[in-house]
Design a protein. Structure first.
Ligand code: ASP
Length: 324
């Protein structure tokens, strides 16, 4: 209970979101070594960026942020950061979130013109009483805290969008979404101390309706960490992942004793049960548990994730439910 003075103080200065959660020191008997997994082949570069920090003894939180930043800066990536595809009106709006072993989390949605949404998400997590900022408010926050700005779409991406707009003129009048590409990066890391963190960053569905948010910035859908169990991230059609609170579902299945791969598989099966039309509906999950075991599963073939450990730097094709 708050005293009168405490109550007034809490109104004047709201607690930080992370003052509310269990805090360090962190104790665990984990001795499986640091490990990082990230979605898709661009995950390898991201893992390498994160790994540098893990090697220096930095936390899994810093590693996943560094990995996500690597992909956000990749001008050749059409689904994350500066190289991302725009919405149907030509605006590149970015979504990202981050979560640590203490259940601290931060998120931004529909953020335009900022180079590293994942770092804005982390800043929100560490410096405000909130979890999520979107749109103009998120932009204002990022500018206020001097986050690097970028000009999007890149000229070549703009050209592609203009071409698409011409070809799709008839469709573009209707509020329909068609998906051209989606390849978010989701990252999970466990550090030497056994602390698990995750991050997720994307430009979302190419040519989406303005204002659309997918699963990626939504804690529980695109990403979820619970240090009692492990963590999971998702990629694929965000609308379907949100419908089953995908990443949270994976973590809860692991809580019931399922391996990361089995938990991802059962989550994919649940997603399939909830959708009549699965044509082209690719979704995938990757997961890690507190023992450092990892796994993934996708709806269709063709999904892979990158794994980095002290001795390994590999791409792993996940098992899947069906073939294209
Ligand atoms: N999940 C992302 C979204 O729906 C896209 C992706 O994973 O490619 O925005």
């Amino acid at each position: 209970k708050l005293s009168a003075v405490g109550l007034v103080a809490s109104i004047v200065k709201p607690a930080l979101a992370n003052e509310d959660t269990i805090s360090d020191p962190f104790f665990s008997d984990y001795n499986g070594g640091a490990k990082m997994i990230s979605t898709w082949s661009h995950g390898q570069e991201a893992n390498r960026a994160g790994w540098k920090l893990l090697e220096e003894g930095k936390s899994s939180l810093e590693a996943v942020e560094a990995g996500a930043r690597q992909t956000e800066s990749d001008v050749t990536n059409r689904s994350v950061g500066i190289g991302g595809m725009p919405d149907r009106e030509g605006h590149v709006t970015l979504d990202a979130c981050i979560m640590d072993w203490n259940s601290n989390c931060g998120s931004v949605g529909c953020l335009e013109g900022i180079a590293h949404p994942v770092s804005v998400a982390k800043h929100i997590m560490q410096n405000t009483p909130h979890v999520m900022l979107v749109g103009a408010g998120a932009k204002k926050y990022a500018l206020k805290h001097q986050f690097e700005t970028i000009k999007t779409p890149l000229p070549e991406v703009k050209k592609e969008w203009e071409k698409w707009k011409k070809e799709q003129a008839a469709i573009a009048k209707k509020p329909e979404i068609n998906h051209e590409n989606h390849d978010t990066i989701g990252l999970l890391a466990i550090d030497e101390a056994g602390r698990i963190s995750g991050a997720c960053t994307t430009s979302g569905w190419a040519y989406k309706l303005p204002g659309r948010l997918g699963d990626s910035p939504i804690i529980g859908s695109g990403l979820f960490i619970d240090q009692e169990v492990g963590g999971a991230v998702a990629t694929g059609l965000g609308e379907s992942i949100i419908r089953i609170a995908g990443s949270h579902t994976v973590v809860e299945l692991m809580r019931q004793g399922k391996s990361p791969e089995q938990a991802c598989k059962e989550t994919v099966e649940r997603l399939i049960r909830k959708h009549k039309d699965m044509s082209g509906l690719q979704c995938a999950f990757i997961a890690i548990n507190t023992k450092g075991e990892v796994g993934g599963f996708s709806v269709f073939n063709g999904f892979n994730y990158a794994l980095k450990t002290k001795d390994q730097d590999v791409l792993i094709d996940t098992p899947f439910d069906r073939k294209w």
